[in-house]
Design a binder for this molecule. Structure first.
Ligand code: ADP
Ligand code: 5GP
Length: 207
């Protein structure tokens, strides 16, 4: 059995990460989404336990204290964190998992990889970018989920986030969701058959 792939995806808010994840998740039963914890309020249509685990600050801090999080960071004024259980269990079972985290969270995962050989060999880092800053603004406005203050915070943070693209293994420019989804699918498929990810402990099957 091959080890699963942990696809760590970052990019500014509005780049299209959720849109592309939804396309891939619909196509592939063996792919899961790492449902993060957050202290931000749910948007219309978002479901607790599906899009995020929506927690109070106190509940989030309890998760930190109990060591449940692989990483966490304060993003646009709220806590966001990845559950260890959402990633490590999947990968060990040979399943791949999509992880949507900000640039700081990606750096924390890289640090965690230094002391965790399994996480290190499973992790692939993918950056999502919009075709232009103007497109990012119009997509974020068009989504209609943010008030003016949150929108401005996200657009201001986007500049720093976009500068981090070269820290990643792959760069996807989201011109069209279907095309970006096909590119991400190609990355995952290629990563799955990497020699370093094939487990031959049970013996070479061809002799
Ligand atoms: P993120 O998860 O990165 O914050 P979303 O997936 O929510 O971004 O996308 C932001 C908005 O842009 C959504 O309204 C989405 O429908 C739209 N969108 C996503 N990809 C594209 C695209 N390639 N072209 C035009 N609009 C897009
Ligand atoms: P949103 O509020 O738009 O859903 O997400 C805002 C930002 O938080 C995005 O950049 C997203 O990648 C990031 N994010 C979502 N989940 C996590 C997480 O578990 N950890 C970290 N560090 N960032 C996250």
């Amino acid at each position: 059995m091959s080890q699963g792939v942990a696809i760590i995806m970052s990019g500014p808010s509005g780049a299209g990460k959720s849109t592309v994840c939804h396309i891939l998740l619909k196509e592939d039963q063996n792919l899961s989404f790492s449902v993060s914890c957050t202290t931000r309020q749910p948007r219309a249509g978002e479901q607790d336990g599906v899009d995020y685990h929506f927690l109070s600050r106190k509940e989030f801090e309890k998760r930190i204290a109990e060591g449940d999080l692989l990483e966490y960071a304060e993003v646009h004024g709220n806590y966001y964190g990845t559950l260890k259980s959402a990633v490590l269990d999947q990968v060990q079972q040979g399943k791949s998992v999509l992880i949507d985290i900000d640039v700081q969270g990606q750096r924390l995962i890289r640090k965690a990889c230094e002391n965790d050989a399994d996480l290190d060999s499973a992790s692939v880092f993918v950056f999502f970018a919009p075709p232009s800053y103007k497109d990012l603004e119009s997509r974020l406005r068009g989504r209609g989920t943010e008030d003016e203050e949150s929108l401005n915070k996200r657009l201001a943070n986007a500049k720093g986030e976009l500068e981090a693209w070269s820290e990643y293994d792959y760069m996807l420019i989201n011109h069209k969701p279907e095309q970006a989804a096909a590119e991400l699918r190609a990355v995952i498929d290629a990563e799955k058959v990497k020699v370093s990810r094939v487990d031959l402990e049970q013996g070479w099957p061809y002799v």
